[in-house]
Design a protein. Sequence first.
Length: 337
Amino acid sequence: MSSQPSNVLNVQQVNELTTDLEGKWAGIYENYFQEDFSSLGLTTEEIGKKLASLQQQTGQKAAIFWINPEADGVSICLLTGDRPTVGVKVLDTAEQNLMATVEMFALQVSDPRNQNYRATGKKLYDWLIAPVANELKANAIDTLIFCVGPKLRSLPFAALYDGEKFLAEQYAITRIPGFNLTEWGPTDLSQARILAMGSSEFTDAEPLPGVALEIANITPQPWPGVAMLNQQFTIQNLQAARQQQPFPLVHLATHAEFNAGSPADSYIQFVNSRLNLKEIRNLQWQNPPVDLLVLSACTTALGNTQAELGFVGWLCNRVSNQPWVVCGGSVIWAPWL
């Protein structure tokens, strides 16, 4: 249990905070992508019922974290589906101090020569996880879903450290832009085919010599599918392959930049051209649907609030009046550090 001084939030405070955060983060994406998400809101009670239903369907017990840094502390709301929402405000953890620690931690874990990341990871664990650790154990939680705001979106939660184990050794971990911005439903990918694409050489970017080995280790084993490398890694081939047959899994190993400014300022690099975020959203990822998109790329946007919007919500759209983020399923960003 955390030794940090804290206050318990009552049910009304928790419900108001989670509703406010969901609305605020949806508003940020509305402004960034010039889309209207006003019809997507669920109450905290409705989110809890949805989470409980997903637990029954999948057999996995997930908890949603809403984390909100404030001037006098950080508020943490935890929803486990079949239990009342838990809220804690950790005092003496000012927003400025937390954000500085998050930035330092991101730098430490990206430097293989830096061994201070455990101490910093422990500090962040004590602030963000330990205050509700007993609730996680009492509910036999095995999956953590982090719903967080600017700058915390790029925090490597998996590397938080309790003094003995990293968080990734104890839980499956995912991160979402907002519960109301994500389509929820179990998907069986055990027999799914994968389209694995990438390039080790580019006409206008630095080479990536490890890409060939990366693609070779994906298909045909362990995943059945199609591999396209180097000169085959074009936007046209991506579109053509997906129209010829559905690929629920798509893996792109390349350069990517998510910059401040409009979506047109951020892009994914193909062998001989760049595809910006506005253009990416026109590739009809929902037809046929993609359930999991893996972007294996470089870390050129960490810590930039607008750039984080570009990454986390880069395909935010609606299909049949239902919210979906990144192809109606999930996105994994596998940065090369």
